[in-house]
Design a binder for this molecule. Structure first.
Ligand code: ARG
Length: 617
């Protein structure tokens, strides 16, 4: 039964008592035009209005709406209980939570989206969505495009600090995690219309440069003409120079002097430094290109000129104190202070991060700063954020903006359960790893006989999409805080929760639509989508939950939430496809539209995870 006097009375007349109350209380009517794809938010709005009508004297009760298991309905709202908790003991007309629920239900503003409402258990208000409204909303998305379902966030600009490898060292698997998790978070924020400053906080400064520069001079008198080819492997170069540094006291002394001369801005040293950075940069860039990741480099050295000013301001505020020859900031709850000037007078990682956070808040006006590094750096960031709070740059309350968040992630393990290494126990080079994933997916395509069917270019592109997609998805699907095991066979399996399975599933949906011979663009406009079969409705409901899932993944900084959604979507599509004949059935048009909507949402998920879709298999 409908909660409204009659389901078609969506436009209430002024004679309706509910309408009269609404007019008196001045609360706005929620129209379905306002629906922007977020079912949960829309229901919360309706429940918010109903709460105002039910208990106008309790303005601060927040409606909490959540999707629920099918046996209760589609969504559930808990606010009868939270309202009861506030009013019990006071003199009201209500005898208990179910009565409050009943009143909330009766005060719900009319909306096309709700089919029925019921009170269950200790006062949950359960909602069944109208399948006509669901079908209409999905079809509207097909016409307006998936961007019409983008979450609406309250912030305008964010910094995502990710990838951030160190110069002259190979990018390793840890940086891979940072790169793919950070890219996915940036994509989700951008989709939500937030301007994202994608920052590569490259480790391009520090004492190791003295050693590197000295070694460069020694090995290549014409250092300025030196290119990547001559240097070869920068990691090897770093290793060699480190050996030299450890073995030869004379070299060591020169290296230490070189740091001072570099920091003093001496031309020859600056140029050598720039040369080393450039070579490293080109190497990183090749990895980014393959991963389809875009970043803007503002390395540690960028913040150097600002450090003295920032520290001076902090000192004047009384935050910086002298301790054991260092300049430090003491922070409540930590037994060691944050060192911002070392005993030799030099700056460090923390001085740079204090300055970077100041710059991002004050110069770049970022409302949310997100740092993606391994969990090992958690304490460092906790201290930097607390120091920024002490300085008054960040509000003390975590929930308000501007805010800073550390996105930590666990280790990548090998099959032996230890840190992922090559057989010769070297750090795994990112490039090799991507090569291998691509080679394996290429072999799979050839084994499937695609060599005869497809062009060489098709094979290459598909192998890259599948191979790189598999690496990214295997990382993103885990809760980022847990360690995960890197295993090619697992990630490239076409069954189970893998990118391969999902990419193939998408390609199959595309092929269903192609093989129908119908013009899907035309159908979007002329056809009608219905959700009459139970499995159509289940799939439709899941599609409609896209926006709220992206918002959750984004706000909680958890890409795995989106992976889980995508995997479930594919499973729900499978069930629908097994149960409902598409091509050649009476419902063909509607079901093709449902296939298309699934493909559109899947593609957006892939996009947000940084994975390139494939259209045939
Ligand atoms: N370069 C550092 C590393 O490789 C990560 C930098 C993270 N960003 C920052 N603002 N501290 O561990």
């Amino acid at each position: 039964p409908s909660i409204f006097a009659s389901a078609d009375s969506l436009k209430l007349t002024s004679s309706s008592p509910a309408f009269a109350t609404r007019m008196q209380s001045g609360s706005p009517m929620v129209t379905d035009e306002e629906f922007t794809g977020n079912v949960k938010a829309q229901l919360a709005k309706l429940f918010g209005l109903s709460l105002k009508l039910t208990a106008p004297e309790e303005p601060d009760v927040e409606p909490l709406v959540a999707a629920c298991t099918a046996k209760f309905g589609d969504y559930q709202c808990n606010n009868a209980m939270s309202l009861w908790a506030k009013i019990k003991g006071k003199r009201t007309q209500f005898r208990g939570p179910p009565a409050v629920g009943e009143a909330i239900k009766n005060n719900l503003p009319p909306s096309e989206m709700i089919e029925s409402c019921s009170i269950a258990g200790p006062g949950f208000v359960n909602v069944v969505l109208s399948k006509n409204w669901m079908a209409k909303s999905i079809q509207k998305m097909l016409i307006d495009g998936i961007d019409s379902w983008a979450p609406k966030l309250s912030i305008k600009r964010a910094v995502v600090d990710f990838s951030s490898p160190n110069i002259a060292k190979e990018m390793h698997v840890g940086h891979l995690r940072s790169t793919i998790i950070g890219d996915s978070l940036a994509r989700m924020l951008e989709f939500s219309k937030v301007e994202v400053l994608r920052r590569n906080h490259v480790g391009d400064w520090g004492t190791q440069f003295g050693m590197l520069i000295e070694f460069l001079f020694e090995k290549f008198p014409n250092y300025e003409d030196v290119n990547e080819k001559a240097i070869g492997d920068l990691q090897a170069f770093y290793k060699e120079s480190k050996q030299r540094f450890d073995a030869d006291p004379d070299f060591k002394e020169r290296a230490q002097r070189a740091v001072v001369r570099l920091q003093g801005g001496e031309d020859r040293y600056r140029r050598a430094w720039a040369q080393i950075c450039e070579i490293s940069r080109n190497e990183f860039q090749r990895v980014y290109q393959r991963l389809g990741v875009h970043l803007e480099e503002k390395g540690e050295s960028f913040y150097n000129p600002y450090i003295p000013g920032v520290l001076k301001a902090l000192t004047e505020q009384g935050l910086v104190e002298e301790s054991q020859g260092c300049q430090v900031i003491f922070i409540d709850g930590f037994n060691i202070p944050l060192i911002v000037v070392k005993s030799d007078g030099g700056y460090n990682y923390a001085s740079t991060d204090m300055t970077a956070i100041w710059y991002r808040l004050n110069e770049e006006r970022a409302e949310w700063i997100i740092y993606v590094t391994d969990v090992g750096q958690q304490q460092h960031f906790a201290m930097v954020f607390k120091a920024a709070q002490r300085a008054g740059w960040l509000p003390v309350v975590d929930r308000s903006y501007p805010k800073a968040s550390h996105v930590g992630f666990g280790l990548v393990l090998g099959d032996d359960g230890k840190r992922f290494r090559t057989r010769s126990s070297e750090v795994v080079r990112l490039v090799d790893l991507l090569d291998e994933a691509k080679a394996r997916s290429k072999k799979e395509l050839i084994d499937r006989g695609k060599g005869q069917e497809w062009t060489e270019e098709d094979i290459e592109q598909t192998a890259e999409a599948v191979g790189y997609g598999a690496v990214k998805y295997a990382d993103l699907k885990n809760n980022r805080l847990t360690n995960y095991t890197f295993n090619y066979d697992q990630m490239l399996n076409d069954k189970g929760n893998t990118a391969v399975y999902l990419l193939y599933a998408h390609a199959r949906i595309c092929s269903i639509i192609r093989k129908s011979g119908k013009d899907i663009e035309e159908l979007k406009k002329t056809g009608t989508l219905v959700l009459d079969h139970v499995d159509e409705r289940v799939l439709g409901l899941h599609l409609l939950q896209f926006a709220e899932v992206v918002e959750e993944a984004c706000m909680n900084l958890l890409p795995n939430v989106l992976c889980e959604y995508l995997y479930n979507l594919s499973e729900k599509f499978s069930t629908f496809y097994q149960q409902c004949k598409v091509v050649g059935s009476e419902e063909e048009t509607s079901r093709l539209l449902l296939c298309e909507a699934t493909a559109v949402v899947m593609r957006k998920c892939f996009y947000l995870l940084g994975i390139t879709p494939i259209y045939k298999i």
